[in-house]
Design a protein around this ligand. Structure first.
Ligand code: PLP
Length: 481
């Protein structure tokens, strides 16, 4: 055999053997995930300096790679899958989602158009239709209606697509054709996610044309202030076109009043996008569907199964009420993608529903999750998280040294020690440095606030109890310093 004929590839037998080793490694990891410090304790540059600076000349074994993962990378991992992870919003994984992801990697199809893997498109449409039913979303978001859903990588991409579609609807597709005139104005609350600012920047609307509307004492957008600002902008010759309302803001889980905002959007013909990135999953349970009251006014909506619905990152479900606007905004059809199925008009080509052309078989993840847990299992777990959060809130309220600083409609508790900003900063630092749990912070009413989000796949009552004891003990130690 000439040396050029040498087989460098992993054989199916080797793949089977190493694949089992990797699955075993992952299963072992989950068994002991609690024993790691939740927040990685390394310093900047620590990970890189343990790794060889140059790539290997000759191929290496998977065994060696796994050993290096263990020895050099694990210290630099923050354990998002630890049951003691309470920071930010979670990025949940689960066994079925990991397996769905693995299958997606194995099949390795690129489903940019229906024809390049019909199953990739059709399963995605089915799962997104299922989720409309499961969350009791407006019927217009279903594929057999005027709208439909698509899986995006993140809520940030979904918001960008919403801004682009809204821009084109308002400009009668003239910005797509000729560029903007700098007069379009977008609105969200002061608590809207930073991805809205990013979206208006990318879409050429300009940060100066994003209005951050005041919120009420519950940190929810004030409809009257929104309408006043729209009127003022109109008076100044500007063109309001887009409002993003948030269901479950990042800082405090505030719920913007969708109905009132929707009525305003209808009055002024503005696109209403509803960002329910984290909280949307709660609507799996009928008793939490109050969060979506008024959603029927929305032109687009998104939520992230990759936050709370046990589906590995990345998986954002983005819905539009009128798919034609989105498609007309994003579709470009070069000769090399033309095909009979597309021309027949009988299929969905999801490449026209988001920014990238190429796409993975992502729907395998939520499909495996939904089939594994069933609606009943998902509802049980979401209810459990909310119940644990409500218990935690009561424990905080019962300790006179602490205060709750925002309503707790679901599973995010914003609280602070009454000792002031510096005290809370120190408290958080000490807690996170302990490695026993991981919390994050925000500012509300200019005050430093600790956020505790109870939503990790494996969090049980005992983890929440231990976390509260640790918070109390650490506060006591700091008070005595
Ligand atoms: N919107 C809200 C309300 C969020 O809380 C977040 C992230 O926490 C996002 C959007 C951005 O999510 P993604 O990482 O999917 O872009």
């Amino acid at each position: 055999m000439a040396s050029s004929d040498k087989n460098y590839h992993m054989t199916p037998e080797e793949f089977r053997q190493f694949g089992r080793a990797v699955i075993d490694w992952i299963a072992d990891y989950y068994e002991k995930v609690e024993s790691y410090p939740v927040l990685s304790q390394v310093k900047p540059g620590d990970v890189r300096k343990t790794l060889p600076e140059n790539p290997p000349e000759k191929g290496e074994s998977v065994d060696k790679m796994l050993k290096d993962v263990e020895q050099f990378l694990m210290p630099g991992i923050t354990h998002w899958q630890s049951p003691n992870f309470f920071a930010y919003f979670p990025a949940n994984a689960s066994g079925p989602a990991i397996l769905g992801d693995l299958l997606s990697s194995g099949l390795a199809v690129q489903g940019m158009i229906w024809a390049t893997s019909p199953a990739c498109t059709e399963l995605e449409t089915l799962v997104l239709d299922w989720l409309v039913e499961m969350l009791d979303l407006p019927r217009k978001f279903k594929s057999d209606s005027t709208g439909g859903g698509v899986i995006q990588d993140t809520a940030s991409s979904a918001s960008l697509c919403a801004v682009l579609a809204a821009r084109e609807r308002t400009s009668n597709f003239q910005v797509n054709a000729k560029g903007g005139n700098g007069k379009l104005v977008a609105y969200t609350s002061t608590q809207g996610h930073s991805s809205i600012e990013k979206a208006v920047k990318i879409a050429g609307i300009g940060k100066d044309n994003l209005r951050l509307i005041e919120v009420d004492e519950k940190f929810a957008l004030q409809p009257a202030a929104l309408e006043a600002r729209i009127k003022e902008d109109l008076k100044n010759g500007l063109t309001p076109f887009f409002v993003c309302a948030t269901v479950g803001t990042t800082s405090s889980h505030a719920l913007d009043p969708l109905k009132e905002i929707g009525e305003i959007c209808q009055r002024y013909q503005l696109w209403l996008h509803v960002d329910a990135a984290m909280a949307g999953t709660a609507a799996l349970c009928p008793e939490f569907r109050f969060i979506h009251q008024g959603l029927e006014y929305a032109d687009s909506y998104c939520f992230n199964p990759h936050k709370w619905m046990f589906t590995n990152f990345d998986c954002d479900c983005f819905y539009v009420a009128d798919r034609n606007i989105l498609i007309k905004t994003l579709s470009v059809l070069p000769e090399y993608l033309k095909n009979k199925a597309t021309e027949s008009g009988a299929v969905i080509d999801y490449r026209d529903w988001h920014i990238p052309m190429g796409r993975r078989f992502r729907s395998l993840k939520p499909w495996f999750v939904i089939r594994h847990y069933g609606i009943e299992g998902l509802q049980y777990l979401i209810r459990k998280h909310v119940q644990m959060a409500q218990n935690f809130k009561q424990w905080v309220e019962a300790d006179p040294r602490f205060e709750i600083v925002a309503p707790v409609p679901l599973n995010l508790i914003c609280f602070r020690h009454k000792g002031g900003d510096k005290f809370n900063e120190k408290l958080l630092e000490k807690l996170n440095n302990s490695g026993e749990l991981y919390l994050s912070h925000t500012k509300l009413n200019d005050q430093y606030v600790i956020r505790m989000c109870i939503a990790q796949t494996h969090t049980e009552e005992r983890h929440v109890r231990t976390a509260w004891q640790k918070i109390q003990q650490t506060a006591t130690a700091l008070e005595n310093e």
